[in-house]
Design a binder for this molecule. Structure first.
Ligand code: GLN
Length: 287
């Protein structure tokens, strides 16, 4: 029987994904191959001319077919890396984005490893922010909220997988939940849905068709959640306390206006750029 090599199957897949016009065809083929052929990035290069088993090739081709239809790699694999940590993801949650890692950088810059602090994560989704912070700060405790029970299920599994579930409380709630008492948190994190209705039609169809609209769109203008949550976040924070919120790259002025208009935050609001030099994270301090 003629054996095919890893190189041949990956090249054929890349070609197919190119023709299907999906985002990142070569990288998609590589990630799917790493998974099916159980190779890390380095082994992929070293063993590129080795023969591969036909059963595995069939399995690989089936995943490539799903990718060719537009399904995101992260959903096909059921996992995605965030800040070097592996997270379970599925169709019920937003796929972690590298821009969001900036929030982790900011938390790492603000607290010492041994600090014990209490934080809230509004709209936790897959739980990436809450779980990553809990993992880096062994004495921190957090309340992670989401309105979606599908998201909470995934977030809880991620917390268990990373052994931080004893310090995180997951609740089905959003910033309007009155159960959250005033002045309890040292830190509030949020990556709310912030696209406008119109932007949903401009982004990649792979994102718009596959990822949950409720995690992407923040009302007609995109800033409904930023608006609604800002006063509640101000109340929920302790003195001193700090909030990091991800926003859309065109929302700097709106976000500054919203947060500056809250007396607790006035004079202590800034918008920080992400690695691509886009306005991305609002920092609002109560001090
Ligand atoms: N907090 C999650 C994340 O950062 C979910 C965000 C969302 O669903 N809008 O990916």
């Amino acid at each position: 029987m003629i054996k095919v090599t890893l190189k041949e199957v990956v090249s054929a897949a890349t070609l197919k994904l190119n023709e299907a016009d999906v985002d990142s065809p070569a990288f998609s083929a590589q990630l799917l191959a790493e998974k099916v052929f159980k190779l890390d990035r380095l082994k992929m290069i070293m063993e590129i001319n080795s023969a591969v088993e036909s059963d595995a090739v069939d399995e690989f081709n089936a995943l490539v077919e799903r990718r060719a239809q537009g399904e995101p790699v992260a959903y096909i694999l059921g996992e995605k890396e965030f800040y070097g940590i592996n997270f379970l993801v599925g169709p019920g949650v937003l796929i972690p984005r590298p821009e969001t890692e900036e929030i982790i950088e900011m938390v790492l810059a603000r607290f010492n490893k041994d600090d014990s602090f209490l934080f809230a994560d509004f709209g936790t989704g897959s739980g990436i922010l809450a779980v990553t912070v809990a993992k880096f700060f062994p004495k921190a405790r957090g309340i992670a909220m989401d309105l979606s029970s599908a998201a909470l299920n995934i977030a809880r599994r991620n917390a268990k997988m990373h052994l931080v579930d004893d310090r995180l409380l997951f609740i089905q709630a959003d910033f309007t939940t009155p159960a959250l008492e005033n002045e309890v948190f040292d830190l509030v994190l949020a990556n709310p849905p912030y696209l406008s209705d119109a932007e949903l039609y401009e982004i990649s169809p792979e994102v718009a068709h596959y990822e949950p609209v409720s995690a992407l769109v923040g009302g007609i203008g995109g800033d409904e959640l930023i608006h609604g949550s800002a006063p509640r976040i101000a109340d929920a924070l302790k003195f001193p306390g700090c909030m990091f919120m991800e926003i859309g790259y065109l929302q700097r002025e709106t976000a500054l206006q919203i947060f500056e208009s809250i007396p607790f935050f006035a004079g202590n609001v800034a918008v920080v750029k992400d690695i691509s030099n886009h306005d991305r994270i609002v920092v609002a301090e109560k001090k």
